[in-house]
Write a protein that binds this ligand. Structure first.
Ligand code: SF4
Length: 366
Protein backbone atom coordinates (compact mmCIF):
# COMPACT_ATOMS: atom_id res chain seq x y z
CA UNK A 1 0.00 0.00 0.00
CA UNK A 2 1.39 3.42 -0.97
CA UNK A 3 0.65 5.97 1.75
CA UNK A 4 1.02 9.73 1.77
CA UNK A 5 0.30 12.51 4.29
CA UNK A 6 0.07 16.32 4.37
CA UNK A 7 3.29 18.31 4.00
CA UNK A 8 3.89 20.29 7.20
CA UNK A 9 7.27 21.95 7.43
CA UNK A 10 10.04 19.38 7.77
CA UNK A 11 7.96 16.69 9.51
CA UNK A 12 7.78 14.70 6.25
CA UNK A 13 11.17 13.17 7.14
CA UNK A 14 9.82 11.54 10.32
CA UNK A 15 6.53 10.41 8.74
CA UNK A 16 8.43 8.88 5.83
CA UNK A 17 10.42 6.73 8.28
CA UNK A 18 7.33 5.75 10.30
CA UNK A 19 5.31 4.65 7.28
CA UNK A 20 8.27 2.70 5.98
CA UNK A 21 8.78 1.05 9.41
CA UNK A 22 5.14 -0.04 9.40
CA UNK A 23 5.74 -1.91 6.16
CA UNK A 24 3.97 0.50 3.80
CA UNK A 25 5.48 2.45 0.94
CA UNK A 26 5.69 6.17 1.78
CA UNK A 27 4.87 8.67 -0.95
CA UNK A 28 6.62 11.81 0.28
CA UNK A 29 4.40 14.81 -0.54
CA UNK A 30 6.15 17.56 -2.51
CA UNK A 31 6.56 20.92 -0.80
CA UNK A 32 3.38 22.94 -1.52
CA UNK A 33 3.92 25.04 -4.66
CA UNK A 34 1.81 27.27 -6.87
CA UNK A 35 0.75 24.13 -8.73
CA UNK A 36 -0.41 22.48 -5.46
CA UNK A 37 -2.49 25.52 -4.56
CA UNK A 38 -3.87 25.91 -8.10
CA UNK A 39 -4.91 22.24 -8.17
CA UNK A 40 -6.57 22.50 -4.76
CA UNK A 41 -8.30 25.80 -5.57
CA UNK A 42 -9.62 24.38 -8.86
CA UNK A 43 -11.65 21.66 -7.15
CA UNK A 44 -12.29 23.11 -3.66
CA UNK A 45 -15.31 25.24 -2.73
CA UNK A 46 -14.33 28.89 -3.31
CA UNK A 47 -14.51 29.93 0.34
CA UNK A 48 -12.64 26.94 1.74
CA UNK A 49 -9.59 28.02 3.71
CA UNK A 50 -6.07 27.70 2.32
CA UNK A 51 -5.10 24.58 4.38
CA UNK A 52 -8.07 22.79 2.80
CA UNK A 53 -6.95 23.77 -0.71
CA UNK A 54 -3.29 22.92 -0.11
CA UNK A 55 -4.20 19.49 1.28
CA UNK A 56 -6.50 18.76 -1.66
CA UNK A 57 -3.77 19.86 -4.09
CA UNK A 58 -1.24 17.68 -2.24
CA UNK A 59 -3.51 14.64 -2.50
CA UNK A 60 -3.94 15.22 -6.23
CA UNK A 61 -0.16 15.55 -6.69
CA UNK A 62 0.59 12.44 -4.64
CA UNK A 63 -2.09 10.45 -6.52
CA UNK A 64 -0.05 11.24 -9.66
CA UNK A 65 2.95 9.79 -7.80
CA UNK A 66 1.07 6.59 -7.09
CA UNK A 67 -0.36 7.19 -3.59
CA UNK A 68 -3.38 5.08 -2.69
CA UNK A 69 -4.17 6.48 0.75
CA UNK A 70 -3.50 9.63 2.79
CA UNK A 71 -3.32 9.74 6.56
CA UNK A 72 -4.34 13.07 8.01
CA UNK A 73 -5.66 14.52 11.25
CA UNK A 74 -9.21 15.63 11.91
CA UNK A 75 -10.49 18.30 14.24
CA UNK A 76 -13.09 18.97 16.87
CA UNK A 77 -14.86 22.13 17.95
CA UNK A 78 -16.41 24.97 15.95
CA UNK A 79 -13.97 24.89 13.03
CA UNK A 80 -14.37 23.42 9.56
CA UNK A 81 -11.33 21.14 9.94
CA UNK A 82 -13.61 18.39 11.26
CA UNK A 83 -15.35 18.13 7.87
CA UNK A 84 -12.26 18.26 5.72
CA UNK A 85 -11.54 14.55 5.53
CA UNK A 86 -15.09 13.75 4.43
CA UNK A 87 -15.14 16.57 1.89
CA UNK A 88 -11.72 15.70 0.46
CA UNK A 89 -12.83 12.09 0.13
CA UNK A 90 -16.03 13.10 -1.66
CA UNK A 91 -14.29 15.44 -4.11
CA UNK A 92 -11.58 12.89 -4.96
CA UNK A 93 -14.17 10.16 -5.51
CA UNK A 94 -16.21 12.49 -7.74
CA UNK A 95 -13.05 13.13 -9.75
CA UNK A 96 -12.86 9.37 -10.27
CA UNK A 97 -9.95 8.51 -7.97
CA UNK A 98 -9.95 5.32 -5.93
CA UNK A 99 -8.07 7.02 -3.08
CA UNK A 100 -8.73 6.71 0.65
CA UNK A 101 -8.47 9.68 3.02
CA UNK A 102 -7.84 8.13 6.43
CA UNK A 103 -8.57 10.59 9.23
CA UNK A 104 -7.22 10.23 12.76
CA UNK A 105 -9.39 12.33 15.07
CA UNK A 106 -7.78 13.67 18.27
CA UNK A 107 -7.90 10.82 20.84
CA UNK A 108 -9.65 12.99 23.46
CA UNK A 109 -12.72 13.21 21.24
CA UNK A 110 -13.25 9.42 21.21
CA UNK A 111 -10.58 7.08 22.62
CA UNK A 112 -12.27 3.94 21.35
CA UNK A 113 -12.48 5.26 17.80
CA UNK A 114 -8.81 6.33 17.97
CA UNK A 115 -7.71 2.82 19.05
CA UNK A 116 -9.86 1.25 16.32
CA UNK A 117 -8.21 3.46 13.70
CA UNK A 118 -4.72 2.60 14.99
CA UNK A 119 -5.69 -1.06 14.72
CA UNK A 120 -6.42 -0.54 11.03
CA UNK A 121 -2.98 1.01 10.52
CA UNK A 122 -1.14 -1.65 12.55
CA UNK A 123 -0.09 -4.55 10.34
CA UNK A 124 -1.76 -7.71 11.67
CA UNK A 125 1.58 -9.53 12.03
CA UNK A 126 3.00 -6.72 14.18
CA UNK A 127 2.62 -6.70 17.98
CA UNK A 128 1.16 -3.64 19.71
CA UNK A 129 4.44 -3.31 21.58
CA UNK A 130 6.45 -3.00 18.34
CA UNK A 131 3.82 -0.70 16.84
CA UNK A 132 4.02 1.67 19.82
CA UNK A 133 7.83 1.56 19.81
CA UNK A 134 7.86 2.55 16.13
CA UNK A 135 5.50 5.46 16.80
CA UNK A 136 7.76 6.56 19.67
CA UNK A 137 10.80 6.36 17.39
CA UNK A 138 9.02 8.47 14.77
CA UNK A 139 8.15 10.97 17.47
CA UNK A 140 11.74 11.21 18.68
CA UNK A 141 12.83 12.02 15.11
CA UNK A 142 10.10 14.64 14.93
CA UNK A 143 11.36 16.17 18.19
CA UNK A 144 14.92 16.31 16.85
CA UNK A 145 13.72 18.01 13.63
CA UNK A 146 11.72 20.57 15.63
CA UNK A 147 14.75 21.26 17.83
CA UNK A 148 17.04 21.95 14.85
CA UNK A 149 14.47 24.22 13.22
CA UNK A 150 14.04 26.03 16.54
CA UNK A 151 17.83 26.52 16.77
CA UNK A 152 17.97 27.80 13.19
CA UNK A 153 15.56 30.67 13.94
CA UNK A 154 17.33 31.38 17.24
CA UNK A 155 20.76 31.65 15.59
CA UNK A 156 19.86 33.41 12.33
CA UNK A 157 19.72 37.00 13.67
CA UNK A 158 23.21 36.59 15.14
CA UNK A 159 24.95 34.83 12.24
CA UNK A 160 28.00 36.67 10.98
CA UNK A 161 27.87 35.32 7.47
CA UNK A 162 24.43 35.35 5.88
CA UNK A 163 23.10 31.89 5.01
CA UNK A 164 25.42 29.92 7.35
CA UNK A 165 22.63 28.87 9.73
CA UNK A 166 20.30 27.75 6.93
CA UNK A 167 23.14 25.71 5.44
CA UNK A 168 23.89 24.10 8.83
CA UNK A 169 20.19 23.29 9.24
CA UNK A 170 20.14 21.59 5.85
CA UNK A 171 23.12 19.42 6.90
CA UNK A 172 21.35 18.60 10.19
CA UNK A 173 18.15 17.60 8.36
CA UNK A 174 20.10 15.26 6.08
CA UNK A 175 21.77 13.66 9.12
CA UNK A 176 18.42 13.10 10.80
CA UNK A 177 16.98 11.71 7.59
CA UNK A 178 19.76 9.10 7.48
CA UNK A 179 19.25 8.01 11.12
CA UNK A 180 16.96 4.97 11.30
CA UNK A 181 17.27 3.37 14.74
CA UNK A 182 16.48 4.95 18.13
CA UNK A 183 20.24 5.11 18.93
CA UNK A 184 21.12 6.56 15.53
CA UNK A 185 18.49 9.27 15.98
CA UNK A 186 19.86 10.17 19.42
CA UNK A 187 23.46 10.24 18.12
CA UNK A 188 22.45 12.28 15.07
CA UNK A 189 20.62 14.75 17.34
CA UNK A 190 23.84 15.37 19.31
CA UNK A 191 25.86 15.73 16.12
CA UNK A 192 23.28 18.13 14.67
CA UNK A 193 23.48 20.31 17.79
CA UNK A 194 27.24 20.55 17.25
CA UNK A 195 26.79 21.43 13.56
CA UNK A 196 24.31 24.18 14.46
CA UNK A 197 26.46 25.48 17.35
CA UNK A 198 29.48 25.85 15.02
CA UNK A 199 27.80 28.68 13.08
CA UNK A 200 29.84 31.83 13.90
CA UNK A 201 27.62 34.34 15.71
CA UNK A 202 27.82 37.90 16.95
CA UNK A 203 26.03 37.81 20.29
CA UNK A 204 26.54 41.53 20.93
CA UNK A 205 23.59 42.27 18.62
CA UNK A 206 20.23 43.20 20.07
CA UNK A 207 17.76 42.16 17.37
CA UNK A 208 14.07 43.01 17.24
CA UNK A 209 11.98 40.22 18.79
CA UNK A 210 8.79 39.05 17.10
CA UNK A 211 6.32 36.33 18.10
CA UNK A 212 4.57 34.39 15.33
CA UNK A 213 1.05 33.20 16.10
CA UNK A 214 -2.02 32.02 14.22
CA UNK A 215 -3.62 29.00 12.61
CA UNK A 216 -1.54 25.82 12.92
CA UNK A 217 -1.14 24.90 9.25
CA UNK A 218 -0.07 28.31 7.99
CA UNK A 219 2.25 28.73 10.96
CA UNK A 220 3.88 25.31 10.47
CA UNK A 221 4.21 25.24 6.68
CA UNK A 222 6.89 27.69 5.48
CA UNK A 223 5.96 27.17 1.83
CA UNK A 224 2.49 28.55 2.58
CA UNK A 225 3.54 31.40 4.87
CA UNK A 226 6.21 32.64 2.43
CA UNK A 227 9.02 31.35 4.69
CA UNK A 228 8.20 34.15 7.07
CA UNK A 229 10.43 33.03 9.95
CA UNK A 230 13.41 32.43 7.68
CA UNK A 231 12.86 35.75 5.91
CA UNK A 232 12.71 37.58 9.22
CA UNK A 233 15.81 35.72 10.43
CA UNK A 234 17.68 36.82 7.30
CA UNK A 235 16.52 40.39 8.01
CA UNK A 236 18.20 40.08 11.43
CA UNK A 237 15.04 39.51 13.48
CA UNK A 238 14.76 37.10 16.42
CA UNK A 239 11.50 35.15 16.16
CA UNK A 240 9.62 32.78 18.38
CA UNK A 241 6.87 30.60 17.01
CA UNK A 242 3.90 29.71 19.19
CA UNK A 243 3.23 26.32 17.58
CA UNK A 244 5.50 23.35 16.96
CA UNK A 245 4.20 19.99 15.82
CA UNK A 246 5.64 18.14 18.82
CA UNK A 247 4.72 20.72 21.44
CA UNK A 248 1.25 20.93 19.93
CA UNK A 249 0.97 17.18 20.27
CA UNK A 250 1.89 17.47 23.94
CA UNK A 251 -0.37 20.50 24.46
CA UNK A 252 2.63 22.34 25.78
CA UNK A 253 3.30 25.42 23.72
CA UNK A 254 4.86 28.93 23.59
CA UNK A 255 7.94 30.88 24.67
CA UNK A 256 10.81 28.46 25.25
CA UNK A 257 8.28 25.64 25.69
CA UNK A 258 7.60 26.54 29.32
CA UNK A 259 4.06 27.79 29.04
CA UNK A 260 1.27 25.26 28.66
CA UNK A 261 -2.07 25.39 26.85
CA UNK A 262 -3.95 26.14 30.08
CA UNK A 263 -1.74 29.16 30.76
CA UNK A 264 -2.42 30.46 27.26
CA UNK A 265 -6.17 30.20 27.79
CA UNK A 266 -5.86 31.95 31.17
CA UNK A 267 -3.95 34.80 29.53
CA UNK A 268 -6.70 35.08 26.90
CA UNK A 269 -9.54 35.11 29.45
CA UNK A 270 -9.70 38.89 30.10
CA UNK A 271 -10.34 39.33 26.37
CA UNK A 272 -11.91 36.07 25.21
CA UNK A 273 -13.56 33.46 27.35
CA UNK A 274 -15.11 31.14 24.75
CA UNK A 275 -13.69 28.34 22.62
CA UNK A 276 -13.99 29.67 19.08
CA UNK A 277 -12.33 26.71 17.38
CA UNK A 278 -8.96 26.36 15.68
CA UNK A 279 -6.30 28.39 17.47
CA UNK A 280 -8.43 31.50 17.96
CA UNK A 281 -8.23 31.59 21.75
CA UNK A 282 -4.52 30.68 21.65
CA UNK A 283 -3.80 33.60 19.33
CA UNK A 284 -5.19 36.02 21.92
CA UNK A 285 -3.41 34.38 24.89
CA UNK A 286 -0.13 34.24 23.00
CA UNK A 287 -0.16 37.98 22.23
CA UNK A 288 -0.44 38.62 25.98
CA UNK A 289 2.41 36.19 26.68
CA UNK A 290 4.67 37.77 24.06
CA UNK A 291 3.88 41.25 25.42
CA UNK A 292 4.82 40.14 28.93
CA UNK A 293 7.93 38.41 27.55
CA UNK A 294 9.30 41.74 26.24
CA UNK A 295 8.77 41.06 22.55
CA UNK A 296 8.66 44.07 20.21
CA UNK A 297 5.75 42.82 18.13
CA UNK A 298 3.57 39.92 17.05
CA UNK A 299 2.60 38.66 13.60
CA UNK A 300 -0.68 36.77 13.31
CA UNK A 301 -0.86 34.39 10.34
CA UNK A 302 -4.43 33.66 9.33
CA UNK A 303 -5.91 31.80 6.40
CA UNK A 304 -8.35 34.03 4.56
CA UNK A 305 -11.89 32.98 5.61
CA UNK A 306 -10.63 31.17 8.73
CA UNK A 307 -13.46 31.83 11.19
CA UNK A 308 -11.44 31.34 14.44
CA UNK A 309 -8.64 33.68 13.33
CA UNK A 310 -11.12 36.26 11.98
CA UNK A 311 -12.85 36.29 15.38
CA UNK A 312 -9.50 36.60 17.14
CA UNK A 313 -8.52 39.43 14.77
CA UNK A 314 -11.62 41.36 15.89
CA UNK A 315 -10.25 41.36 19.46
CA UNK A 316 -6.61 41.96 18.53
CA UNK A 317 -6.75 45.83 18.46
CA UNK A 318 -7.92 45.92 22.10
CA UNK A 319 -5.33 43.34 23.23
CA UNK A 320 -2.62 45.17 21.33
CA UNK A 321 -3.59 48.53 22.87
CA UNK A 322 -3.98 47.29 26.43
CA UNK A 323 -0.88 45.08 26.40
CA UNK A 324 1.20 47.69 24.55
CA UNK A 325 2.42 45.48 21.71
CA UNK A 326 1.95 46.06 17.96
CA UNK A 327 0.28 43.19 16.10
CA UNK A 328 0.19 42.74 12.35
CA UNK A 329 -2.22 40.24 10.79
CA UNK A 330 -1.37 38.62 7.47
CA UNK A 331 -4.29 36.89 5.78
CA UNK A 332 -3.20 34.17 3.38
CA UNK A 333 -5.05 32.72 0.41
CA UNK A 334 -4.21 31.65 -3.13
CA UNK A 335 -4.11 35.33 -4.21
CA UNK A 336 -1.54 36.41 -1.63
CA UNK A 337 1.76 37.37 -3.25
CA UNK A 338 5.24 37.10 -1.74
CA UNK A 339 6.14 40.68 -2.75
CA UNK A 340 3.14 42.09 -0.87
CA UNK A 341 4.02 40.12 2.26
CA UNK A 342 7.65 41.31 2.09
CA UNK A 343 6.60 44.96 1.77
CA UNK A 344 4.33 44.62 4.80
CA UNK A 345 7.12 42.94 6.80
CA UNK A 346 9.54 45.77 5.99
CA UNK A 347 7.00 48.40 7.03
CA UNK A 348 6.26 46.51 10.27
CA UNK A 349 9.97 46.23 11.12
CA UNK A 350 10.38 49.99 10.54
CA UNK A 351 7.53 50.68 12.93
CA UNK A 352 8.96 48.36 15.60
CA UNK A 353 12.44 49.84 15.25
CA UNK A 354 11.15 53.41 15.64
CA UNK A 355 9.03 52.35 18.61
CA UNK A 356 12.08 50.82 20.27
CA UNK A 357 14.16 53.96 19.68
CA UNK A 358 11.41 56.19 21.11
CA UNK A 359 11.19 53.94 24.18
CA UNK A 360 14.96 54.20 24.71
CA UNK A 361 14.83 58.01 24.49
CA UNK A 362 11.92 58.13 26.97
CA UNK A 363 13.75 55.83 29.39
CA UNK A 364 16.88 58.03 29.18
CA UNK A 365 14.87 61.18 29.86
CA UNK A 366 12.94 59.60 32.76
S1 SF4 B 1 -8.69 26.80 11.89
FE1 SF4 B 1 -9.28 28.08 10.17
S2 SF4 B 1 -7.91 27.57 8.53
FE2 SF4 B 1 -7.73 25.94 10.04
S3 SF4 B 1 -9.17 24.46 9.35
FE3 SF4 B 1 -10.28 25.74 10.80
S4 SF4 B 1 -11.25 27.32 9.53
FE4 SF4 B 1 -9.69 26.33 8.26
Amino acid sequence: MKITYPHMGYSYIAFKMLINDLGYEPVVPPEPSKRTIDLGARYAPEFACIPYKVLLGTYLETIEMGAEMAISSGGVGPCRAGYYGVMHQKILNELGYDFKVFILEPPQSNYLDFIKKLKVLKPSVMSWRTFIQLIKKGYSKLEAIDEMEFLMYRFMPYEISKGDTARAFKIALDMLDQAQTEDEIEDARWECRKVMAKVPQDRSRDPLKIGIIGEIYVVLEPAVNFYIQKTLGEMGVYTDRSIWLTSYAQKNVVVEGKVGERDIHEMAHPYLNEMIGGHGINSIGEIVIYAKGGYDGVIQLAPFSCIPEIMAKGIVPRVSREEGIPVMTIFIDEQTAAAGVLTRLEAFLDLLQRRREQKTVKERLA
